[in-house]
Design a protein around this ligand. Structure first.
Ligand SMILES: *Cc1c(COP(=O)(O)O)cnc(C)c1O
Ligand SMILES: [Zn+2]
Length: 444
């Protein structure tokens, strides 16, 4: 094999483990594993070679390069056979110049990476394509995996259900009952997964799924499994490529279980290590104040991990109190001179609504990132002329409920500053014209 990758302990224990082995933590010390690549073989080809090769693949869109993940397959899972790639053309999402929103927030160079424009409506597809493909290859080599399972705050389960269905592998999803949106609940149901709604929160579901998958006949798809992180890192690489292989100054991402900020760092680190970029963007982890263990840890200088019972937040996909990828995320923040900031329900709901007024259709997690951006610009940490990318992690259409509540001004602790309502009028042209006049005069 020209390129190779393996699992290794993040704490430095010796031992390389195959990506096709069922293993989630270091057998010696119990720490998280990460996927390591043979950077020497990758570096045998020049940065110029890689940039132009990937640009050509993306322009051609030939399968599997029609996927934003598999167009960089040598950097993700090099030993995977074509026949085992389970892809639904994830990635290649729009990087949108948010000019009017930037003007409102005081940043001239604001971009929104629309990762929610994906197969199941969230950026979780980028990691799931890798995990399900690896499992497919494992099963071909007679590994006795019977199903793939995950605990989820709604998007991971939707993604697992879809990719498992595409591969013909049974999926089991563990959801905190009544804590995800109805769109997120119906997604795995439609894809035929076994859907288990448990009377607990995400952290409770995580505990159960870890026990249920202990005997290895059911494969665990949560981001404790670093195969997911490996696929998610393609977002960072894709952003740099979309800027003609130049890094932005800042990347802001909403964080819960901390897999994705880890993934961003990993993608950027790879580009740096093989000479494609020469400086790292600064990473910002954005948390909902109601579920802010990582922010609390940052506040104490990362002296120790904070865990808590997360309170309810409309940013339900990041309502997590005991983040699995804590150690990796601390490294991502430290190595990029990053920042962790939080936003209240009032701040995030209004930041999302303001963005919608400039043409976006934000999910509440993207709203957390935008609220945090607003704060960091006010504090002077982010300067008006710096290039900023906000990762929009899911499609707003999955979160109709919270948008409806916002515009009908019924969210607790939130004053809806940008509420808008539909007008119910009789079918009478004069009444309608009057209403239009009043509204146009009012908004002038
Ligand atoms: C999963 C998810 C996040 C956070 O990613 P983590 O890896 O859990 O930190 C943010 N937004 C959305 C919409 C998500 O589904
Ligand atoms: Zn170890």
């Amino acid at each position: 094999m020209e390129y190779s990758a393996y699992f290794a302990c993040i704490n430095g224990c010796s031992g390389k483990h195959s990506l096709y082995q069922i293993i989630y933590v270091c057998p010696k010390c119990g720490s998280l594993l990460e996927v390591r690549h043979d950077l020497e073989s990758i570096s045998k080809k020049s940065p110029e070679y890689w940039k132009s090769e990937i640009d050509i693949r993306v322009a051609g869109m030939k399968w599997p390069y029609s996927s934003g993940v598999w167009c960089m397959r040598e950097w993700i899972a090099p030993d995977l056979h074509d026949d085992n790639i389970v892809s639904m053309h994830e990635g290649h999402s729009n990087l949108f110049f948010a000019e009017r929103l930037g003007e409102k927030l005081g940043v001239k160079n604001l971009w929104v990476k629309l990762c929610g424009n994906s197969h199941t409506g969230s950026f979780k597809d980028l990691g799931m394509t890798v995990l399900v493909s690896v499992v497919k290859q494992m099963m071909q080599h007679n590994n006795p995996v019977r199903a793939i399972a995950c605990a989820s705050t709604g998007d991971t389960s939707a993604s697992l259900a879809a990719y498992a269905a595409a591969a013909g592998i049974p999926a089991i999803v563990f959801l905190p009952r009544d804590k995800i949106t109805s769109a997120q609940l119906i997604q795995p149901i439609a894809n035929g997964a076994q859907v288990l709604a448990l009377d607990t929160d995400f952290d409770g579901c995580m505990e159960i799924v870890r026990k249920v998958t202990e005997d290895n006949s059911i494969y665990l798809a949560n981001s404790i499994n670093s195969l997911r992180v490996e696929g998610q890192k393609s977002v960072a690489i894709e952003i740099v490529r979309q800027f003609k292989w130049e890094p932005p100054d800042w990347i802001i991402v909403p964080v819960g279980n901390l897999g994705n900020i880890t993934a961003l760092y990993k993608g950027l680190h790879l580009l740096n290590a093989i000479g494609i970029i020469s400086r790292m963007p600064r990473l910002v982890g954005a948390q909902a104040a109601n579920a802010n263990p990582f922010y609390m840890s940052y506040q104490n200088g990362f002296i120790e991990k904070v865990s808590m019972t997360a309170k309810s937040t409309i940013a339900s996909a990041i309502q997590i109190g005991d983040p699995v990828s804590y150690e990796k995320a601390v490294k991502a923040i430290k190595k990029t001179d990053g920042i962790v900031e939080e936003a209240s329900e009032h701040e995030l709901a209004n930041a999302g609504a303001l963005a919608d007024l400039t043409g976006l259709y934000t999910c509440p997690h993207t709203a957390v990132a935008l609220a945090v951006l607003t704060k960091l610009v006010r504090k002077g940490s982010i300067k008006s002329d710096q290039k900023v990318v906000v990762i929009s992690t899911a499609n707003g259409l999955k979160f109709t409920g919270s948008k409806k509540s916002y515009h009908s001004e019924t969210i607790e602790h939130v004053k809806s500053l940008h509420a808008n309502t539909a007008m119910n009028l009789p079918a009478d042209a004069t009444v309608v014209s009057d209403a239009i006049e009043r509204k146009l005069n009012h908004s002038r």
